[in-house]
Design a protein around this ligand. Structure first.
Ligand SMILES: [Zn+2]
Length: 156
């Protein structure tokens, strides 16, 4: 583990976000295993919320799929890892209201919670399953906006 990853791991324990992620995983009955770079991988998450295939709470990355499929998607894991770093940069739990504000702004601006969300843009829109308005032509951007309501998100 690199020193920055170790620092993130310690910060997210001390700021309470990783303990909250572990509490959530335990409450939801999802097994947790050690992942790469100080991450903890929780799989088989079944609760209805959030509407996402994967999401991070501190250093805990919770997946709806089982461990084989979770670890077979390094692009999505890297995306969620960036959210773990964002928790550390926000001193832990303040990340959550800041994220929801950014998601609300994004819904207002683009019709989906990711495309104009600063946290999702930093984590990588395509990796997170969000349309990237920067890569769309004007025609496809309009089409993307219309279909955003039915866009099934892969992650949060
Ligand atoms: Zn994301």
């Amino acid at each position: 583990m690199k020193s920055g990853q170790r620092l993130r791991q310690i910060a997210n324990v001390l700021n309470g976000s990783t303990p909250l992620g572990l509490l959530l995983a335990a409450s939801a009955g999802t097994p947790v295993r050690r992942g790469p770079r100080g991450l903890l991988i929780a799989t088989g998450y079944r609760w209805r919320l959030p509407f996402a295939g994967a999401f991070a709470v501190g250093n805990v990355v919770l997946f709806r799929v089982g461990p084989e499929r979770a670890l077979a998607d390094p692009v999505l894991l890297r995306h969620e890892e960036r959210h773990s770093t964002q928790y550390a940069c926000c001193f832990g739990l303040p990340f959550l209201p800041l994220y929801f504000l950014a998601a609300g702004w994004s819904v207002w601006r683009t019709g989906n919670p990711g495309s104009a969300n600063v946290f999702e843009r930093h984590a990588g829109l395509r990796a997170g399953g969000y349309p990237d308005p920067r890569s769309a032509t004007p025609t496809t951007a309009r089409r993307g906006r219309r279909s955003a309501a039915s866009h099934k998100r892969n992650e949060a």
